[in-house]
Design a protein. Structure first.
Length: 258
């Protein structure tokens, strides 16, 4: 995959829109603020969750990210979380009990389920919007600029780049097996898959060594060169400050009245 293809992977919506053009640090801080405010609020403070959802909806609308795209990506995470949380009302006691046939659910358990659903949905959509409006390399640059440990961002960058390389190599091996009429019918015929996996590991390791030597020969010293430095603008500051003032204000107001 080309460098441009890697840059555009995962992006959605209007790539020239105002949200996509924001500094990655602003989007990381702003969407993280949404998640932290939602997580800190109890379910009784439901207006806080409504405000967080409204901010995310406004950001998605400004970025022109379709709702179906958000759902398609969020459904990878949300259903397993909600499936596990759905069992809590049957095992947690507290408050009024409600009979559902042979089963009984508690009011306290339903509150936990509602809190988990709201917080998981807001946190997941925040992450989806960050990925839809910011390329992964830009996210890593933003994390580096925010003083996240460099080892973390370096490992993430290498994994991100080589996932595509390994996937392409695996696809070529699969094509080669198909061209040789390989169609296993039982477990005893699966031995070629093990040999292919071994060859894939050795090829990936060898390619990684060659790329590393090529990088060192070009002066690589642990950091990737930047064509243009990150620069915070007024729009970036307005994005972060606006979200922080609105949501933290709502959170404090609701918490004081509760």
């Amino acid at each position: 995959m080309t460098g441009l293809g890697l840059q555009l992977t995962g992006l959605a919506g209007d790539l020239a829109g105002p949200v996509h053009r924001l500094d990655p640090r602003a989007k990381i801080l702003g969407l993280t603020t949404v998640t932290l405010v939602a997580v800190s609020a109890p379910i009784a403070a439901w207006p806080v969750h409504v405000a967080c959802a409204a901010v995310l909806a406004a950001a998605a609308a400004a970025a022109r990210v379709p709702a179906r795209t958000i759902w398609r990506r969020a459904r990878v995470v949300l259903p397993p979380v909600l499936f596990v949380a759905a069992f809590v009302p049957f095992f947690r006691a507290g408050g009024t009990a409600y009979a559902l046939g042979p089963l009984t659910v508690s009011e306290a358990g339903l509150e936990v389920l509602a809190a988990v659903a709201a917080k998981a949905a807001i946190g997941t959509v925040s992450a989806v919007l960050l990925g839809a409006t910011t390329s992964f390399p830009a996210v890593l640059r933003g994390l580096d600029a925010l003083r996240v440990p460099h080892a973390f961002t370096l490992i993430a960058a290498v994994m991100y780049r080589y996932l595509f390389v390994i996937a392409e190599e695996a696809q070529r091996m699969r094509t080669a097996l198909s061209a040789r009429a390989y169609a296993p019918r039982h477990v005893l015929q699966a031995a070629p898959i093990g040999r292919a996996a071994t060859a894939l590991f050795l090829r990936s390791h060898g390619r990684g060594e060659r790329v590393h030597r090529a990088m060192l020969a070009r002066g690589y010293a642990g950091t990737m060169p930047e064509l243009a430095p990150l620069r915070l603008r007024a729009a970036d500051a307005a994005f972060v400050i606006g979200i922080a003032v609105l949501l933290v204000g709502v959170r404090l107001a609701i918490g004081a009245s509760a």
